[in-house]
Write a protein that binds this ligand. Sequence first.
Ligand SMILES: [Zn+2]
Ligand SMILES: [Zn+2]
Length: 215
Amino acid sequence: MSKKLTDEILELLWSMKEKGSKSYKGLIDGIGDKNAHEVMKKMEKSGLIVIEDDSVELKDKGLSRARDLTRRHRLAERLFHDVLDVDMEESEYTACEMEHFLSPTVTDSVCSFLGHPPTCPHGKPIPRGDCCSKYKHTFKPIVMQLKELEVGANGRIVFIVPSEDSRLERLSSLGIIAGSTLKLKQKKPSFVVQVDETTLALDSAIADGIYVKQL
Ligand SMILES: [Zn+2]
Ligand SMILES: [Zn+2]
């Protein structure tokens, strides 16, 4: 059985589950591979999925594998797109390759280095790993939340995870965008950063979504 096609199907099923869809046809259309039907029959036999009429769903075994694949894929996107500055299309392609061979330990290291990002660059949730809840400082992260930076330190913004009340357009008009550098002036009672010549106070909800690399 094609392992790669199996993985692609599992991953697509995970995204469909996020959207609340179980459509067999939707899956087949999304995969666009003539071997999909046959591979899915085998996947059902090995207990990864269950197919019923026109719906298809992940079983526990398939669910945990799909979750791991999605986690690796979305973390790889963050790594390539935000840290290594690879364009979105190339990041996506590389992420698709990487998700098949990253070991669980390496995956958790990547997650830690990136400051345990909650979402991928497309805004989709990254399934949490053991590393995200355990003591966080096993590795010195490359990327960290703004609040982890020491007062007085300089950082470059690597990515921003928008919160409900942070409006990215407004932030970008203030110079808070990926790639710009800032100096953390104060954490309490509110976050104050300096971007270029401008000093800005930030709500903590907004500050929480700003991930930086210390300079
Ligand atoms: Zn993504
Ligand atoms: Zn983590």
